[in-house]
Design a protein around this ligand. Sequence first.
Ligand SMILES: NC(=O)c1ccc[n+]([C@@H]2O[C@H](COP(=O)([O-])OP(=O)(O)OC[C@H]3O[C@@H](n4cnc5c(N)ncnc54)[C@H](OP(=O)(O)O)[C@@H]3O)[C@@H](O)[C@H]2O)c1
Length: 241
Amino acid sequence: VSEKRAIVVGASSGIGAALVERLVEQGWTVAAVARREDRLRSTAEKHSGKVLPFPHDVTNYAEAPRLFQEITKQLGGLDMIIYASGAMPPVDLEEYDFDKDRQMIEVNVLGAIAWLNQAAMRFGAAGHGTIVGIGSVAGDRGRRGQPVYNASKACLATYLEALRNRLARKGVTVVTVKPGPVKTEMTQHLALNRALTAEQAADLILKKASRSGEHYLALPHRVIFAVIRLLPSWIMRRLKL
Ligand SMILES: NC(=O)c1ccc[n+]([C@@H]2O[C@H](COP(=O)([O-])OP(=O)(O)OC[C@H]3O[C@@H](n4cnc5c(N)ncnc54)[C@H](OP(=O)(O)O)[C@@H]3O)[C@@H](O)[C@H]2O)c1
């Protein structure tokens, strides 16, 4: 493709910000969407004309359709959208905080649906395009530590599976990536084992983005999570996973 135009939602830090950098290196023009306008603007200044900043809160659902149209107009088309916005506030084992839970569902699920529905309509009509959602290995099972984060990523993966099944015959690629631990602001309070850098994650995600389906980023994860997905719940409880 000569023209490569992408939207990255959640472009202001971590994996999304690294994706923007990689896409620009690979010749893409990128619309960068997130709340922190200062960060988007400094990326846009660094890559003059190649990164267009669009400050937006994904929980402002009513704004998504109009902003999506505005962005595709400014880019002169659209070839790929990556939804990377996500929230995972720290949650204690005894904590049931509805405000945190709502934030995770709003950012990880409803914001994704608001944006990716727009892309699905456009790409479906055009018979072309790639939709990438960032799920997580954490969405494969319900675990003690993060009930609603787990549920939000499971919901995202199921929604994307359905989009894939709707859009495959129209020539649209729909990709769910399921990273394991990545060192970002989201995980800075955690002691992570064998975590990727955001740049490593971005490279792997872009490699996976050419093929419809669900992808883990590491081969061992494919094997380990195939087993974890099959474990009976009573074993999950015993293992305290
Ligand atoms: N880090 C990991 O270990 C890991 C593992 C698996 C999957 N993931 C997923 O990877 C994605 C990126 O996370 P990250 O690790 O790179 O964390 P991060 O650095 O905290 O990035 C989160 C991004 O989401 C955006 N965001 C949050 N709330 C938003 C809102 N209301 N409106 C618009 N954008 C919003 C943030 O932008 P603003 O705050 O500027 O709005 C930021 O750009 C998330 O979906 C996360 O669940 C992460």
